[in-house]
Design a protein around this ligand. Structure first.
Ligand code: HEM
Length: 420
């Protein structure tokens, strides 16, 4: 189709049209069909097919996560550069392996299961607060619900005192916002300031934790400070990986919850199905992750000459992994543009794949299940109060505002029908 041809030809991550932020999927479809290894203006490529994406994730020798070379022109010598190039996700082994081992040890399925009671308590507290606003009241699901849950959970993981958590979300948004394909001067400054303030805060927290260590079984900060098997992190590695951990679990999980609840409003028969069969929440969360992946893009760089999907790549080629595009590939998912909360199998790549696959995925899934499942059980009739507002971000897909009425006043006819 000529329209698809234009979408594929014109695709440029640095000049995305407004319509892309609302709905990137027609562009992803055009790319998969017409230019699955799309050459970008900066010499890099964008991958949109599932098979190519998985192949890149698996081949860590050829497709490196190290970002020193790529980020220097973007950030210069700055706090943002130091932060992003020191975090485990943007490094290869051995730094990656050392940090990952320390974090993963505190996020085993056993540890995640132990977090459930406090999570339920927090979610129910938020639901009580929403109910207290009264029937018919409009609330922003992102601000009043979705974003409040991960702040609490990751705060608990690093044992950040409750009264000190307020700035975490804004720091996180500013630092991750600086990863967008295009970065304005204001965003760069905001990101750098956030890294500086975050480091300063964490230096104090680390000093306090060194003086009074927590339980290394559950307190990730104590684990990271102590190290393991004779290996420990440098001061900078420690701070930046704590920041990364706090960031990694915030916006992504907020968006999983917001995207999931918004999807159900767009697909009322799936909403009714989930209300009728609450046990489906597990597969529903997988489907929300696939259908509206909260992290849409990944990045790698080639370490040598190679080939992907039949296209030759020179050494040092920047590769953008289209997670959201791969998750809608009809070669991997039947009827991919249909939301099916019972979809099985559902081998999406929303958490990536291979050695960097999300360490927090068990926790994110638990947060998604508890938040979405309990919200729906409490407010089955929730509905939109205004059109959802998408955050203008290509990498992290979510809403900046999702105004709903949680407990609407039902039409006048309903009580008569039920009472008769
Ligand atoms: C819906 C929520 C989440 C999504 C969609 C998500 C997505 C991802 C993706 C795609 C990666 C791989 C990046 C790459 O290979 O380049 C990743 C890595 C990572 N995630 Fe998540 N994440 C989520 C929640 C969390 C949470 C809650 C935590 C922490 C508690 C977390 C911690 C991490 C860490 C530490 C890594 C780096 C792993 C490594 O490099 O080995 N994530 N995440």
């Amino acid at each position: 189709m000529p329209a698809d041809r234009a979408l594929a030809d014109d695709f440029d991550l640095t000049r995305l049209p407004e319509s892309f932020y609302d709905d990137p999927y027609p562009t992803y479809r055009a790319l998969r069909e017409l230019a699955p290894v799309k050459r970008l203006a900066d010499g890099g490529v964008f991958l949109s097919r599932y098979a190519d994406v998985v192949a890149v994730y698996k081949d860590t020798a050829t497709f490196s996560s190290d970002k020193h070379e790529e980020f220097f022109p973007k950030y210069g010598a700055s706090p943002l550069f130091e932060h992003h190039t020191t975090s485990l996700v943007f490094n290869d082994p051995p730094l990656h392996t050392r940090v990952r081992r320390l974090i993963a040890g505190a996020l085993t399925p056993r540890h995640v299961a132990a977090m459930e009671p406090r999570l339920i308590e927090r979610v129910d507290g938020l639901l009580d607060a929403i109910a207290a606003r009264g029937r018919g009241a409009a609330i922003d699901l992102v601000g009043a619900f979705a974003s409040a849950i991960p702040v609490e959970i990751i705060g608990n993981l690093l044992a950040v005192p409750k009264e000190e958590r307020a700035p975490l979300r804004d720091w996180s948004l500013a630092i991750l916002g600086a990863l967008e394909p295009v970065l304005g001067e204001a965003e760069r400054e905001r990101g750098n300031r956030a890294v500086r303030e975050f480091c300063l805060y964490l230096e104090g927290l680390v000093a306090r934790r060194r003086a009074a260590p927590g339980d290394p079984e559950v307190d990730v900060l104590t684990r990271l400070i102590a190290g393991e098997g004779g290996e420990s992190l440098s001061a900078a590695e420690l701070l930046h990986n704590c920041i990364f951990l706090l960031n990694a679990g915030h916006e992504t999980t907020t968006n999983l919850i917001g995207n999931g609840l918004a999807c159900l409003l767009e697909w009322p028969e799936q909403k009714a199905r989930l209300i009728a069969e609450p046990a489906l929440v597990k597969s529903a969360v997988e489907e929300f992750l696939r259908f509206e992946s909260s992290n849409q893009l990944g990045n790698r760089i080639t370490t040598g000459a190679t080939e992907i999907g039949g296209v030759a790549l020179a050494p040092r080629t920047s590769v953008t992994i289209g997670i959201g595009a791969a998750n809608r590939d009809p070669e991997a998912f039947a009827d991919p543009d249909r939301l099916d909360i019972g979809r099985m199998p559902n081998r999406h790549v929303a958490f990536g794949s291979g050695i960097h696959q999300c360490v927090g995925m068990g926790l994110a899934r638990l947060e998604g299940r508890v938040a979405i499942g309990r919200f729906l059980a409490r407010f089955p009739d929730y509905c939109l109060a205004a059109p959802p507002v998408r955050a203008r971000r290509a990498r992290f897909r979510g809403h900046s505002r999702l105004l709903v009425v949680a407990d609407p006043v039902l039409p006048a006819s309903t009580p008569l029908e039920t009472s008769s």
